[in-house]
Design a binder for this molecule. Structure first.
Ligand SMILES: C[S@@+](CC[C@H](N)C(=O)[O-])C[C@H]1O[C@@H](n2cnc3c(N)ncnc32)[C@H](O)[C@@H]1O
Length: 249
């Protein structure tokens, strides 16, 4: 079973509902995320930024609104259709490309910053991916990873996910078996399927030669998400969100 084609098919289907789970308070979410990104990037210059596994363009849209020159890449063409629609609706110019996070179609040192959010868990070879992300960052540039524990294997979280899917079926008409029917076939091939933690990511960043590696827990964002996401999301997820930062020498 080729894990990447299963991942691609799942996200092609999921593109229809991925953005339904929107925040109740979009303006507050936008403010929190932009503050976090601004404090991380720490420059007033306009930068060339790559968002890997951009999905419907969550980080790409925020960064483009902040004035950066953004490229988003994703393995799912349907997710990319949504990200293009979102950028058009917001009148933002972003280059969205189809491609693989573990084999990026860019020259070495193309970007000032490479970002990604919530993609590590669904990659068969996270080390190869981190090598690629680091390769395409310029010397002196940064790699930023935002993630959490999405498929915690504890029994309590397993039950919560089942209940969350049931609620999503009733309230949002989402197929409760869609996720399992795809990912149960390949989860053993995904090293971080049950979630990564700050130490895992710090080790990964060090392994690919990044320096000044730091990891911060995103407590304010986590509290915000708990208050402002749908009931089904809150039942199914209780991630400890964190952001890892590394610099390329
Ligand atoms: C959980 S979504 C996150 C989307 C977006 N980053 C966000 O924060 O909303 C995971 C995304 O990673 C993409 N993806 C999974 N494996 C990939 C790969 N090997 N290369 C590129 N994108 C990939 C999926 O298609 C999906 O859009």
């Amino acid at each position: 079973m080729n894990a990447k084609s299963v991942v691609r098919s799942y996200w092609d289907g999921r593109s229809q509902t991925y953005s339904i789970d929107i925040y109740k308070s979009r303006s507050e979410a936008e403010h929190l995320w932009k503050t976090l990104l601004k404090n991380t990037i720490r420059t007033n210059r306009n930068l060339r930024i790559l968002d890997v596994g951009t999905g419907t363009g969550f980080l790409a849209l925020l960064l483009a609104e902040m004035g950066h020159n953004v490229t988003g890449i994703d393995i799912s063409r349907r997710m990319l259709e949504k990200s293009r629609q979102n950028a058009d609706a917001m009148r933002l110019s972003i280059e969205f490309m189809h491609g693989d996070a573990e084999k990026l179609p860019f020259e070495d040192g193309t970007f000032d910053i490479v970002v990604n959010r919530n993609i590590l868990w669904t990659l068969p070879d996270p080390l190869a991916a981190a090598c690629e992300w680091s390769r395409v960052v310029k010397s002196g540039g940064k790699l930023v990873l935002i993630d959490g524990t999405w498929n915690d294997s504890a029994t309590k979280m397993h039950l919560r996910r089942l209940l969350g899917r049931l609620v999503a079926f009733v309230t949002e008409r989402q197929n409760p078996m869609a996720f399992t029917s795809y990912y149960s076939k390949i989860k053993d091939q995904l090293p971080f399927f049950s979630g990564s933690n700050p130490d895992d990511v710090a080790n990964l960043f060090s392994e690919v030669g990044l320096t000044n590696v730091s990891v911060n827990r995103l407590e304010r964002l986590r509290e915000f998400e708990n208050k402002n996401r749908s009931i089904s999301y809150n039942i199914a997820n209780n991630p400890s969100l964190f952001m890892a930062l590394g610099e390329k020498w």
